[in-house]
Design a protein. Structure first.
Length: 435
């Protein structure tokens, strides 16, 4: 299971550009490349898939136990090399240990045996960048380390001086990327826009690959790849139903790939439908699942989707419906957009949310269910991640769970339950005690 992990001292240093370019360039060279994302991000994996042609999976030491981490690692079977993208800074995690760690990218690299490729933004410095790189290298001496890629290099003189610092520190330079303003991916309030929304994603990825091929030593990165033995194949999480109607469009797309792969591998039928296209869920489905996404950007269209709403209501009369984050908001009574306009939602829950006054909600969540939800029973502890800017104005329904952050502090977003309908603000990653 040879691979590398692309990380950085902090967010915003260009590691996603490097990641996508590296995935595509190695694929163009004839390698089968297995992408991964360290941490609970649900946007980057879709970009990874577009660049590599293989589904990308999250690896997260806070929310995943050894069994699930091994099962996801086993998805690399048949690949020539793994390339993982870190989140935030290399050593950033939470303060309280989770199921198998603190959630840092360094832990992922250590567990998998993947050497770190550290992407450094060297703007405004030269030899001093080596002190930063050396600190990251020596902070955990047993962490495998491949070398550095210098990003946003201003001139040949700047490159020469920065390389001198790295040579003095004994750090391999794997590439130098000149400063270019046209390489930034479009962003919005949850980070990158979704891959399906990019105006010309294929051209962008091809451009990143060409840029890396010109300025990065791909052979050196391939030579640096290392890793532990591929684990035995293990079962991914089981499906919550046999026939699952899954909302999939620009408003609802944040489902963790390891869950979908596990559902399919266990024989479940995934029946996609588009609320934005005013499609009703399949009438034969056992369960309707509305993932997170960006309903706030499409609130008017969702409010007018009568066929979708009618089909959802009919299903909920006798069978379960579950929504996560954006899907949870869409199941509520109303959504107020950033302009203050109120939009009617499905009305299966009493939840009213607002983006008019944005409030940032971010972090791991541990939820102990007080009532059943699809695939889990009361008393079951679930691990997930919450990331949104909406504010709850009304939540009249029974709480679904007792929910806490990574440190065990209670959070007010308990989720909701009404009849066959459940919803949570956190995105499910794993169930404690499961694979």
């Amino acid at each position: 299971m040879k691979g590398v992990l692309v990380s950085a001292p902090s967010s915003g240093t260009g590691k996603t550009t490097v990641m996508l370019g590296l995935l595509r360039a190695l694929s163009e060279d004839g390698l089968t490349v297995q992408p991964y994302k360290s941490g609970p991000d649900y946007i980057d994996p879709a970009f990874h898939r577009a660049a590599s042609g293989r589904a990308s999976f999250n690896l997260d030491t806070w929310s995943m136990g050894d069994g699930l981490l091994s099962a996801i690692s086993a998805q690399a079977a048949g690949a020539d090399i793994c390339v993982a993208e870190g989140s935030m800074g290399l050593y950033d995690g939470v303060a309280t240990r989770g199921l198998s760690g603190f959630g840092s990218s360094a832990e992922t690299a250590q567990r998998m045996g993947w050497p770190v490729v550290l992407v450094l933004d060297v703007g405004g410095q030269a030899q001093s960048a080596a002190a930063t790189a050396l600190g990251f290298r020596n902070y955990a001496p047993d962490l495998p380390f491949a070398g550095v890629i210098l990003n946003r290099v201003a001139s040949p003189r700047h490159e020469r001086l920065t390389r001198l610092g790295m040579e003095r520190a004994g750090l391999p330079v794997l590439g130098c990327l000149p400063r270019r303003g046209d390489l930034t991916l479009p962003e919005r309030h949850l980070g990158l826009i979704q891959a399906v929304e990019h105006p010309d994603l294929e051209a962008a990825i091809a451009g990143y690959a060409a840029f890396l091929r010109e300025h990065v030593d791909l052979d050196a990165i391939r030579a640096a790849a290392a890793g532990h033995a591929l684990p035995e194949a293990r079962a991914l999480p089981k499906p919550p139903a046999q026939r699952i109607a899954l909302a999939q469009d620009a408003a609802f797309s944040f489902t963790y790939p390891h869950l979908l792969e596990g559902w399919r591998a266990a024989g479940a039928e995934i029946l996609p439908f588009s609320p934005l296209a005013d499609e009703a869920p399949d009438a034969s489905a056992d369960l309707v699942w509305l993932p997170g996404g960006y309903p706030e950007l499409h609130a008017g269209k969702l409010a007018a989707a009568e066929t979708f709403r009618k089909g959802l209501r009919q299903h909920a009369e006798t069978r379960p419906v579950h929504g996560e984050c954006g899907g949870y908001m869409a199941l509520g009574e109303a959504l107020i957009d950033k302009q203050g306009e109120r939009h009617r939602m499905a009305g299966l829950l009493g939840l009213v949310t607002s983006y008019e006054k944005r409030k940032f909600h971010l972090g791991y969540r541990r939820a102990t269910l007080q009532a059943p939800m699809p695939g889990a029973q009361p008393g079951q502890a679930l691990r997930g991640h919450e990331f949104h800017y909406s504010t709850i104005l009304e939540q009249p329904d029974a709480p679904l769970a007792q929910v806490a952050d990574a440190d065990g502090n209670a959070v007010p977003e308990t989720g909701s339950l009404r009849g066959h309908v459940t919803g949570t603000f956190f995105h499910l990653i794993s169930a404690e005690g499961a694979a």
